[in-house]
Write a protein that binds this ligand. Structure first.
Ligand code: HEM
Ligand code: HEM
Length: 187
């Protein structure tokens, strides 16, 4: 299997980064639901609320790094042609949904980072060391970034729903094996 995208299919790097980021997004939603609902003093599955926050922040920043790698990777090599079973209207929808997903992959972690830095909460990266705070205390900016983070977490569900609806609808409804375009070893 080739490393980069080519006219014969998505490359190994695209597939690896796609599934790593999809898994990280699932973890981000799960950790957010837990950390926002458990009391500060309680532990859930043996983990304290503060540790959930910290893992949420650290994994979100890892997702940001992988997104940057993904954007560089997408610009290297040629994009494969559309799946032949997509109608012209579906191609437009897939394209728009992917643009919004890329925007969310940047806006989500960046707004989270600005929120915790400007709010003075900071990030203890993977529980190992405290990231320097280049912003300093800026309460208004913190509120704006928090709002952006929460609003985009909700808005992101729209393109994600469209993405999954189209992919799963084609794969299981039309039985055109669309998901195999993003699986290892397939073209
Ligand atoms: C892939 C990236 C990320 C995703 C998908 C994500 C997702 C979410 C979601 C779904 C929520 C709950 C929103 C709500 O309904 O109130 C949330 C909250 C939060 N996130 Fe993230 N997040 C990401 C990255 C980050 C990063 C990098 C940080 C900080 C460095 C961060 C800090 C926070 C904080 C502090 C909250 C709590 C907000 C509040 O108290 O209202 N997130 N995030
Ligand atoms: C279980 C969840 C998911 C499934 C089954 C899935 C499936 C797929 C498939 C089959 C493709 C290839 C479409 C084609 O060109 O034929 C694709 C592409 C893509 N997916 Fe997903 N996806 C999932 C989750 C996600 C998530 C969570 C994101 C973003 C946060 C995402 C972002 C993208 C993007 C941007 C592309 C375009 C190719 C690229 O630039 O990497 N997907 N997905």
């Amino acid at each position: 299997m080739q490393l980069l995208n080519s006219s014969s299919g998505y490359g190994a790097l695209t597939k690896l980064l796609h599934w790593l980021i999809a898994a990280l997004f699932a973890l981000q939603y799960a950790s957010a639901i837990i950390m926002l609902r458990v009391p500060a003093e309680a532990t859930t599955l043996g983990v304290t609320q503060a540790e959930y926050y910290n893992w949420h922040k650290s994994l979100g920043l890892l997702a940001l790094l992988l997104t940057i790698a993904r954007l560089v990777n997408r610009r290297s090599g040629a994009l494969p042609p559309w799946a032949p079973t997509l109608t012209p209207l579906e191609q437009v929808m897939v394209h728009r949904a992917e643009q919004l997903l890329y925007a969310a992959m940047l806006v989500m972690p960046l707004s989270g980072l600005v929120y915790v830095m400007a709010g003075g909460y900071g990030v203890r990266l993977f529980g190992i060391f405290d990231l320097p705070n280049p912003i300093g205390s800026a309460p208004r900016l913190a509120v704006l970034a928090q709002w952006l983070h929460v609003a985009s977490a909700i808005l992101l569900l729209l393109p994600l729903g469209l993405h999954l609806g189209l992919v799963l609808g084609h794969h299981f409804g039309l039985k055109d094996r669309l998901i195999s375009r993003m699986l290892p070893g397939r073209k």
